[in-house]
Ligand binder design. Structure first.
Ligand code: F6R
Length: 618
């Protein structure tokens, strides 16, 4: 949610922190702030709006310190104001803090601290936590104690009383060159550089300095100095850290000539799909194989149900996967919003295998639902893009997407990669059951051809940009499809509303007549997904119902469809393809349509209002 970066080293901290914050801005962009240790105290600059608003403030301060931290905020407690922006400094001036998460019992802690004379300038739970650390820091019996342990101890003591979630970085005024950082429910990664140490909520802020990283776990507290780092638990037990190597480089997280990350990521999809499927087909070319499932083929075969949990775009990918597994493997599949599943206490078949899908691997609703399933004794496999993310680490096994960093807030390449993994899973499970060798090889061939079909679909970009110009002024739009194209319709509507702020709804095409048809007029166009095959005539009937009510129609249509003359106002052709690949290819036009409409309307495509890339609060 919020972006966090901390630096202790030999270089000037402020420019490095600002660079890191820019790379993290997609995580939250209500306000931003920096604190450095300088001349025996903290120098703090914070400002509502983007990191670009903060830069001149920081420049004025001429900061030379090499210790500091910065934050981009996605507001939870308290409005978007300079005062509520992070970092916060305790009222005794001793502690500075940045925080991602929510401290649920902040009100009682605040009351306690107020009675002790601590004062508050903001409405945030973070300032309360900051003063609580200052309180414990002041109370420690200092004589004989090294400053370092006093600092770490104060953070530990505070966190033992904190309910909720946090990823924090703390500085103490009498501990220059030291950062203390801790997490529960919010990701934090340590960067181990040459004479410098970093901490960030995302590798994107670290990777320009070092590729050696340590993924901090829940309940761990790290102490960083330029040349050293130690990790302990909240109970003060030592932890032996594992240093991982990040496999992507900084150019993966740069625009490389594109106007927006969303545009870059849309056009990266052929390569992203190739990366997702690399090495994942069996030698005989009839099924898929996955390295990290940690479940034998025999055990896999024994499951009689699959339950998928996810949020947002990832849930749409699960819905397509449900359809394909049921079709290829004839095993019942359920999909649920992770946030609903967690509290609904659904009766479950004991022979159920769970899957979660999450690009970030940090979405708190998905993580909590996974933990709930595991608590009930179920195995959970995770499909994630971010390597080492919390969900990936806590799952029993899983499948990495390997599509590189997705920076645009609106998910694009991660979605089509999830669709591909879903189709490969359906093939894998199908081939363990009744799906024949020849059906298997046909599906493998179709999936291998997906990158080229996506390249063909991308060639419609200019045509789609023209359509976008003609339709950008509308205030409502419907997206309608059937079977696997219904979740694609949901995804099209989600893409459009999140980046253009046009109200859009996705529906099964036939369901439209049970209510949404009331919205249809010349002011509410519909995007239809039309493919040749069993549903063609039925979808055409739905289109006719719209046309009869003066609704304009944009048809995303496979080449083989012969639409009645004049039925669609706009046609976006896509190549004919196998049903396992169709949802991937049909997604491309609606990604482009949403993107070009948002550009036409002058929206901030990569950082749409009120959103954040990974949602780590409930
Ligand atoms: C929409 C979008 C969100 C995410 C959702 C889950 O474009 O990106 O709907 O799909 O927040 O995120 P992950 O996949 O990281 O769990």
């Amino acid at each position: 949610m919020c972006g966090i970066v901390g630096y202790v080293g030999k270089n000037k901290a402020a420019p490095l922190i600002l660079e890191g914050l820019k790379r993290l801005e997609y995580r939250g962009y209500d306000s931003a702030g920096v604190a450095v240790w300088q001349d025996g105290g903290f120098t703090v600059a914070k400002k509502i709006g983007r990191v670009a608003n903060l830069e001149p403030e920081v420049a004025k301060l001429r900061l030379s310190s090499s210790y500091g931290m910065g934050h981009t905020r996605w507001a939870t407690h308290g409005g978007v104001t300079d005062a509520n922006a992070h970092p916060h400094v305790s009222s005794d001036g001793k502690i500075a803090l940045i925080h991602n998460g929510v401290i649920e019992n902040y009100a009682s802690i605040k009351k306690f601290l107020a009675a002790k004379g601590y004062t508050f300038k903001s409405e945030t739970d973070t300032e309360v936590l900051c003063n609580a650390i200052a309180y414990h820091y002041a109370k420690e019996p200092a004589p004989g104690d090294p400053t370092e342990s006093r600092f770490v101890t104060a953070v530990r003591k505070t966190l033992r009383h904190a309910e909720g979630t946090y990823g924090i970085v703390v500085m103490a005024v009498d501990a220059p060159g030291e950062l203390v950082t801790a997490r529960k429910g919010s990701p934090l990664i340590l960067g181990i550089g040459d004479g410098e140490s970093l901490v960030a909520s995302d590798v994107a802020a670290i990777v320009s300095r070092t590729q050696n990283v340590v993924y901090l776990k829940d309940g761990e507290v790290a102490h960083l100095t330029p040349k050293n780092f130690t990790i302990t638990t909240l109970a003060a037990a030592d932890v032996s850290p594992v240093i991982d190597k990040v496999t992507w480089s900084i150019s993966d997280a740069e625009l490389n000539g594109y106007a927006h990350f969303m545009e870059k990521e849309i056009f990266e999809q052929p390569q992203a799909l190739e990366n997702t499927m690399r090495g994942r087909f069996s030698e005989d070319g009839s099924t898929a194989q996955f390295g990290g499932l940690n479940i034998s083929a025999n055990e896999f075969r024994s499951y009689e149900r699959f339950q998928f949990l996810a949020c947002g775009t990832a849930l749409h990918a699960c819905m397509v996967t449900e359809h394909l597994i049921e079709r290829f493997a004839r095993v019942p599949v359920e999909c649920d919003y992770a946030s609903e599943f967690r509290y609904r206490n659904t009766p479950l078949d004991p022979n159920t295998l769970f899957f979660t899908m999450s690009q970030s691997g940090e979405t708190i609703d998905t993580l909590a639902a996974m933990r709930e399933a595991k608590r009930k004794g179920y195995k959970v496999l995770a499909v994630n893009n971010v390597v080492g993310s919390t969900i990936a680490r806590e799952a029993d096994g899983g499948i990495y997407q390997h599509v590189g960093p997705e920076v645009g807030v609106a998910s694009t390449k991660a979605f089509t990669s999830q669709l591909l993994i879903g189709a490969m899973l359906a093939l894998y499970i199908g081939r363990m059951r009744d799906l024949s060798f020849s059906d298997g090889t046909e599906i493998v061939q179709a999936l291998k051809g997906a990158p080229d079909l996506v390249r063909t679909a991308l060639k419609q970009a200019d045509h789609i940009r023209g359509i976008a110009r003609r339709y950008a002024h509308h205030r409502d739009m419907l997206f309608l499809g059937r079977m696997t194209l219904f979740p694609v319709a949901l995804e099209g509507a989600l893409k459009l509303k999140e980046i253009s702020y046009i109200h859009a709804e996705g529906y099964p095409a036939a369901e439209m007549k049970h209510g949404p048809i009331a919205l249809i007029s010349e002011h509410c166009p519909s995007v239809f997904f039309v493919s040749s095959g069993e549903m063609f005539n039925k979808v055409v009937s739905s289109m006719q119902e719209i046309k009869a009510r003066k609704g304009q129609i944009i048809a995303v249509c496979t080449d083989g469809c012969k639409l009645p003359e004049g039925l669609a106002d706009e046609v976006i052709p896509i190549p004919e393809c196998h049903e396992a690949v169709l949802p991937i290819v049909a997604t491309i036009p609606v990604q482009l349509l949403s993107y070009y409409i948002a550009v036409e309307l002058g929206r901030d495509v990569d950082k749409p209002r009120n959103l954040a890339k990974s949602v780590t609060v409930e």
